[in-house]
Design a protein around this ligand. Structure first.
Ligand SMILES: *Cc1c(COP(=O)(O)O)cnc(C)c1O
Length: 377
């Protein structure tokens, strides 16, 4: 089995047998010619059902995550929705209480009307998780590190609970990526990604994916939902994502190194009440993260003394770090999360979330220093 760095370059990439082209061609066609006998021997009929760029991306994602297959979607939310649509009305889903707010609202605002029930619990407390399982619970959904408080859930432990109760176990692996965390090896059935983030890596393409551990009824059901619901990525989106994959390991390595430096710097600042980063020995999930991750990731958050107003002022003073939502791009971004998350948010009001990009760590620290200086004064 090649290393992940090698897979990132070569998985799903073969020179074109007709032209010899080394880099993948963009196949924009929506439809494919039938042979005279009515068959489609190349396996493509219509681009909503399948397309060469999507197939190449899916095989690369499956290889990187170590799954039997992958399904690409037009966004992370579309991928999450497809997994939830594989459940039935009346089923119950158990999720972490600190998680991507879009996942929460997809359940409470949209799918609740279709009869899906959901509860949000602290996944760090396994007895709470066990107690929250009901007769109709079908899916346990974990996001770790969680957004935006960087809580760490013990994936192997949750997988044991899921297995003993007959639940499907899904992990949103967007923040860690398969380079840093291998949920399928720890017992997850499905991994979800917002490929908009680290896979895309340049804040210029939206996408999502589900990767299944094994072929079987779940994979078939998801494939059917992907085709029939039609939230598929365009060939160009797939081509863009495939172009970004080879650099994922080097981007991430640098981003993790800088995030570690920033977390250490921020921990020593009087204007900062606390830093949430699993790479810090003081982080409550540090030991679990060390055991189940190959690096603490490039996302961190910190709470500014003085609450929402002080945090907004710190963000307002940033000169290099961009005030923007989203993450995983080449540019560092900072965001006051409580103001974007809406009424269901449990995020502390003074929390700023930082996605560490590819700028030099010293320049990022200098920007934080000038933005925090006015707070400590
Ligand atoms: C961004 C994000 C999503 C949603 O993905 P989109 O591509 O924006 O639809 C889901 N989970 C996590 C952890 C995210 O960061």
């Amino acid at each position: 089995m090649p290393h992940l760095e090698t897979l990132a370059v070569h998985a799903g990439r073969v020179p074109d047998p007709h032209t010899g082209a080394v880099t993948p061609s963009l196949v924009t066609t929506t439809t494919f010619q039938r042979h005279a006998d009515g068959s489609f021997p190349e396996g493509f009929t219509y681009t909503r059902a399948d397309n060469p760029n999507r197939r190449a991306l899916e095989s690369a994602l499956a290889a990187l995550e170590g799954g039997a297959g992958a399904l690409a979607f037009s966004s992370g939310q579309a991928a999450t929705a497809a997994l939830l649509q594989s459940l039935r009305a009346g089923d119950h889903v158990l999720l972490g209480e600190d998680l991507y707010h879009g996942t929460r609202y997809l359940l409470t605002d949209v799918l609740a009307r279709w009869g899906l029930e959901a509860d949000f619990v602290d996944l760090r407390e396994h007895d709470l998780v066990v107690r929250a399982v009901r007769d109709n619970t079908r899916l346990l959904w974990a996001e770790t590190p969680s957004n935006p408080q960087l809580r760490i859930a013990d994936l192997a432990g949750l997988a044991r609970i899921a297995r003993s109760r007959g639940l499907l176990f899904a992990v949103d692996n967007t923040w860690a990526t398969p380079l840093l965390q291998r949920p399928l090896e720890l017992g997850a059935d499905v991994v979800m990604h917002s490929t908009t983030k680290y896979f895309g890596g340049h804040s210029d393409v939206l996408g999502g994916a589900l990767i299944v551990r094994e072929a079987g009824p779940l994979a078939e059901s998801l494939r059917s939902i992907q085709k029939l619901s039609g939230a598929v990525p365009s060939p160009f989106d797939c081509w863009m994502l495939q172009r970004s994959l080879p650099t994922l390991p080097v981007r991430l390595r640098q981003q993790v190194a800088s995030a570690t430096a920033l977390a250490e710097y921020l921990s020593a600042q009087p204007a900062v009440e606390c830093v949430h980063y699993p790479g810090l020995a003081s982080h409550p999930g540090h030991e679990i993260a060390r055991a189940q991750m190959r690096g603490p990731g490039a996302m961190l958050s910190f709470e500014v003394r003085g609450g929402a107003e002080a945090a907004m002022q710190v963000a307002a003073r940033m000169q290099l770090i961009t005030r923007a939502t989203s993450l995983g791009g080449i540019e560092s971004t900072i965001e006051h999360r409580a103001s974007i998350e809406g009424p269901g948010s449990i995020t502390p009001p003074g929390l700023l979330r930082l996605s560490v990009g590819l700028e030099h760590a010293d320049d990022l620290i200098a920007d934080l220093a000038q933005a925090l200086a006015a707070e400590s004064a």
